[in-house]
Design a protein around this ligand. Structure first.
Ligand code: EPU
Length: 419
């Protein structure tokens, strides 16, 4: 298994181009199943999760062509049963259920298991499909959804932890071809949901309210092919902002949407950093003093759970006491034990991390447990003394396009050791 060696203490300076959003691209690629006509999706990041999704689409019968960041997909003749050995590798494969149900009125996918960031049920997705008239059957580790006819309905997707991002996308994709009007109440407001809705609208769907808590979908008879460019990855951008904060003179991010980054920019400003945005650029530079923070992860437009681990890495090395509470995935703290191996002083109290900043972290061999945790360990390594060896880096390759190369271009010294 590849590992990454981070030589700590290098200053970062310069420019970095942010890739297209993984979490937008995945459901958008799945949405191409809704039409027999060809679709062209650009700014698709080169990531292993994207590769899994394209493999699933090919296995379902789609013609898939990929040239650099552009993918052409034609789902002319498709089957409705996704192969287990690929589906099990990526939870987001669950988002093929909605489009298959919408177009073919049936779909079978193996049930996603738990994952290291906690129990990740799909009850809300299934409840949404049932409201549209589908029968849901779980057996042999598979979930089968079947509906002779889909009929518009009012559906609530609220849960104890907020709404569901992929669930909102899934129900939206099933409802675009249903008879009549569907109202999704308690919809996720994330920019990735808006991006998916915009692609569906380009395909001929009638959707209003994406980006708010209530989405209204008027079913149409069929959708047609469309072209779409995926939005910038706000979590990759946030991660590079934290990299700049940790060890930067001045780092400028290009091709971002600053509006999507406000929930990360505000706390970084509060922590003492200077951040300026201009069009699709955002720059971060150090201030006079770093300050500790109180952070709570909340669904968009709140501070994102996908940036919690990276902020913990910054705060571990920030004088004073910071308090970080996780409200979306209460068990998403696997990085804490690894940061402690690097000398961080973190007391985990349930879903809250109390971080007492230390003056210096020290490099150590650490284990990546999930995508964002592995990014946090690389960030911690940038500010640590000596070498940090991050093992199991396949996690990072699931969601960051060439993170080592991009950081090295900014002045970091990161080596990838091939197994
Ligand atoms: N939930 C339920 N029932 C459901 C679905 C979700 O109780 O049927 C709960 C979850 O257990 C969780 C909360 O609702 O506590 C939010 O989960 P959500 O469904 O919104 O997560 P997701 O759609 O499966 C996406 C991203 C995640 C990101 C979350 C939250 C993709 C492919 N994944 O997951 O991204 O953390 O939204 O913003 O879009 C990552 O990129 O590292 C990542 C994990």
């Amino acid at each position: 298994m590849d590992k990454i060696l981070v030589h700590g203490g290098r200053r970062l300076r310069g420019n970095v181009k942010i890739s297209g959003s993984k979490n937008s691209a995945l459901p958008i690629l799945a949405a191409t199943l809704l039409t027999k006509e060809p679709c062209t999706i650009s700014r698709v990041p080169d990531l292993s999760d994207i590769h899994y999704m394209l493999t699933i689409l090919s296995e379902l019968g789609c013609e898939v062509e990929r040239a650099s960041g552009t993918v052409q997909i034609r789902a002319e003749k498709i089957t409705t049963q996704a192969p287990y050995d690929i589906v099990r590798k990526m939870r987001a494969s669950v988002c093929i259920l909605g489009p298959l149900l919408g177009r073919e009125h049936e779909a079978t996918v193996s049930l996603p298991g738990g994952c290291v960031i906690g129990d990740r049920p799909i009850d809300l997705h299934l409840r949404g499909f049932e409201s549209l008239g589908a029968a849901v059957k779980v057996s042999g580790g598979n979930v089968k959804v079947l509906a002779p006819k889909l009929t518009g309905a009012t559906i609530s997707l609220r849960s104890t932890f907020g709404s569901t991002v992929l669930g909102t996308g899934n129900v939206m994709m099933a409802a675009v071809l249903a008879d009549g009007t569907t109202v999704i109440d308690g919809a996720a407001e994330e920019p990735e949901v808006v991006d998916l809705a915009n692609f569906l609208i380009a395909m001929g769907a009638k959707i209003e309210g994406a980006g708010t808590r209530t989405i209204t979908i008027e079913g149409v008879k069929e959708l047609h092919g469309a072209e779409h460019e995926v939005i910038p990855d706000r979590i990759e951008a946030g991660t590079f902002l934290v990299a700049g904060a940790i060890s930067g003179d001045e780092v400028t991010l290009h091709r971002v949407n600053p509006e999507h980054l406000q929930a990360v920019i505000s706390p970084l400003r509060e922590a003492g950093f200077h951040i300026e945005s201009n069009g699709s650029k955002v720059s971060i530079a150090p201030g006079t003093k770093r300050r500790p923070l109180k952070l709570d992860t909340i669904p968009y437009p709140g501070f994102p759970t996908d940036m919690q681990a990276q902020m913990c890495a910054l705060l571990a090395n920030t004088d004073g006491i910071s308090v970080v509470s996780e409200h979306v995935f209460p068990n998403r703290f696997m990085h804490v034990a690894e940061l402690k191996r690097m000398g961080a002083n973190i007391d985990l109290q349930g879903a809250t991390a109390v971080i007492t900043g230390v003056t210096q972290l020290s490099g150590a061999p650490v284990m990546a447990s999930d995508l964002r945790a592995s990014a946090a360990l690389v960030l911690a390594g940038l500010q640590a003394d000596g070498i940090t060896e991050v093992n199991r880096v396949y996690h990072i390759d699931r969601g960051y396009e060439s993170i080592d190369e991009k950081l090295n271009e900014l002045g970091a010294e990161i080596e990838r050791v091939k197994a």
